[in-house]
Design a protein around this ligand. Structure first.
Ligand SMILES: [Zn+2]
Ligand SMILES: [Zn+2]
Ligand SMILES: [Zn+2]
Ligand SMILES: [Zn+2]
Length: 246
């Protein structure tokens, strides 16, 4: 079987496109990024620790669509050490996940950092996600994150590296790169699909991917959902937006 081409994405600093693996290498040496860092480091004030995070989708294979869809999604973020897990949670919700205000959490070692927690009484140790990440993050760490404990979206956060200096952005997090919108074809005509039918998708019935025209003609018109640049496409009631919060 032919190897599936890796999803590509654009570097926010130089605008060039790279594959998923290529982007990890590129961001370490991107001249435009080095220039932005050098400029930021000239500002006055105290140096802080800033983390390079790679965020990867790990949605369970709920349907054949999700199995095929999930490897397309990745982000590279730069995050201030004095920002909190709560800031990262808000960011992931905005760009990828938020549908109906479900609970979420980060698993770091034996501790689960979440919104509603019982300290030490449950089956695992739970704490507030209102904690600075420089108290927790170390390069090399892999952190599982979950959004919605029903139809769960699973995400892996890798701490690829850290630098001491000044952040480029005034926000807690900066988007350095993300995958391009993946393309899927209408299963009726082969044109680009823009909607899916969640009734047919979860019933393992084809066709479930439609262009605008064939979505209009489909019998389950109240079960149609948009296809978005998000691994939560087709899960729960996800309608986007698939945009970063800042
Ligand atoms: Zn670049
Ligand atoms: Zn939901
Ligand atoms: Zn069509
Ligand atoms: Zn349908």
């Amino acid at each position: 079987m032919a190897r599936k081409p890796q999803s590509r994405g654009k570097c926010a600093y130089c605008g060039k496109e790279y594959s998923k693996a290529g982007m990890t290498r590129h961001l370490k040496t991107c001249a435009a990024r080095q220039k932005a860092i050098a400029k930021a480091n000239k500002r006055r004030g105290r140096d802080i620790t800033i983390y390079h995070l790679q965020v990867l989708d790990a949605t369970p294979p709920y349907t054949p669509f999700h199995q095929m869809w999930s490897p397309n999604f990745w982000l590279h973020l730069e995050m201030k050490g004095n920002a909190t897990l709560y800031d990262l949670d808000q960011y992931l919700r905005a760009i990828w996940l938020e549908c109906c205000g479900h609970l979420s959490g980060f698993e770091i070692g034996p501790v689960f950092y979440t919104q509603i927690f019982d300290d030490g009484m449950g089956w695992r140790e739970e704490r507030s996600m209102n904690v600075r990440v420089d108290k927790l993050f170390r390069p090399g760490m892999t952190i599982p994150y979950q959004y919605d404990f029903g139809t769960t979206s699973e995400v892996i956060i890798k701490v690829l590296g850290e630098r001491r200096g000044k952040p480029i952005t005034s926000h807690p997090i900066e988007l350095m790169a993300r995958n391009n919108m993946p393309q899927v074809a209408c299963q009726v005509c082969g044109e680009p699909a823009t909607e899916l039918c969640s009734e047919c998708l979860w019933g393992y019935e084809e066709p479930y991917l439609f262009c605008e025209k064939h979505a209009e003609e489909h019998e389950h018109d109240d079960m149609l959902m948009p296809i978005l640049n998000s691994p939560r496409t087709g899960l729960c009631a996800y309608l986007g937006p698939d945009e970063p919060p800042y």
